[in-house]
Design a protein. Structure first.
Length: 319
């Protein structure tokens, strides 16, 4: 009779030996990953450090760390434009944040909805010229964004297609919102279409047998099964809306500008990225404030992105 003690069937579990070569490889791998992480974190640490500098230190000092930390730069963002002689406009940051949030809220609905409808047409519906239109759409991905800036400027101006009748889109945030009602870009449509092509036709046929219309099939069957692509579209929509700098600069430049009774100029279409750049470039004594703007900007983007990913991940269909 075999007696056992803490072992099933009287057999001792085998101990897997780790070779010295494996240990050395893991040490080198983790060392390289740690070094890469430090390199990636350095710009963020430098940004945070300079946001705590005085106006003179931020202007003249290139030291990585500062001895005299101050948090008044963050105070300047919201209600005080006299700290340390900064000439930054605190209301500009709040105005830029407001318009940026409005654009993001609009695009979070417009981009996934419109791209899903167009992708569904390309993936599931049969119509004449479908493949030709799809390849033409893919061709737009080959064009650099800078190439389209001048034509878009003309289109959105009073002399362009959308300017007929005297309405000028360059005085509004419409150039950053309305075009996203048409898919938001070829990347979103292509990505969603590829996910839809991966859905077996059996699901569509089963829904049709149950009497579901095309819209019901899209809403109740297709969309829930492509939630990973919707998650990616939402994430890209948020990040692209926050990174609206070159379009904001070339199309509206933050204009129109309104001067209040106190002599402070407010740019009505200036978004966050352009606000930070203008603050840094217009006043040498506002460099610390501009860095503080960037820190708050980063925290807002991180918080919104993590929240959005957490919410959409719960709705993903596990296949």
């Amino acid at each position: 009779m075999i007696t056992t003690k803490n072992y099933s069937y009287g057999l001792k579990p085998s101990k897997k030996r780790v070779s010295a070569q494996t240990v050395v490889s893991n040490v080198i791998l983790y060392a390289l990953m740690t070094a890469l992480a430090i390199v990636l974190l350095v710009p963020y640490l430098y940004m945070i450090n300079r946001s705590l500098m005085t106006a003179d230190n931020a202007k003249y000092s290139y030291d990585f760390f500062t001895k005299d930390w101050m948090f008044s730069n963050f105070k300047t963002l919201f209600y005080d434009n006299t700290v340390e002689g900064n000439s930054a406009n605190p209301l500009a940051y709040l105005s830029g944040l407001k318009w940026t949030v409005i654009i993001i809220a609009f695009n979070l609905v417009a981009v996934p909805l419109s791209s899903s409808l167009i992708a569904y047409s390309f993936a599931k519906l049969k119509w004449t010229g479908r493949n030709v239109m799809f390849f033409l759409m893919l061709g737009t991905m080959m064009l650099p964004a800078a190439v389209t800036q001048l034509p878009l400027y003309v289109m959105y101006s009073q002399n362009g297609i959308f300017g007929n009748g005297g309405f000028n889109w360059l005085d509004t945030i419409y150039p950053f919102t309305i075009p996203n009602l048409f898919g938001g870009g070829a990347v979103y449509i292509f990505l969603t279409r590829q996910f839809m092509l991966g859905i077996p036709k059996d699901f569509d046929e089963a829904a049709k047998i149950d009497g579901a219309t095309g819209w019901q099939t899209l809403r109740r069957v297709t969309i829930p099964m492509v939630m990973p692509s919707v998650t990616i579209c939402l994430f890209l929509s948020i990040t692209n809306s926050f990174k609206l700098y070159d379009q904001n600069l070339s199309l509206t430049a933050g204009l129109p500008a309104v001067t209040d009774a106190g002599g402070i100029t407010h740019k009505m279409t200036q978004l966050l990225a352009l606000c930070i750049s203008d603050t840094y470039g217009n006043s040498a004594r506002a460099h610390g404030t501009a860095q503080a703007m960037a820190v708050v900007f980063f925290l807002i983007v991180a918080a919104i992105s993590l929240t959005q990913l957490s919410i959409t991940h719960r709705r993903e269909v596990q296949q």
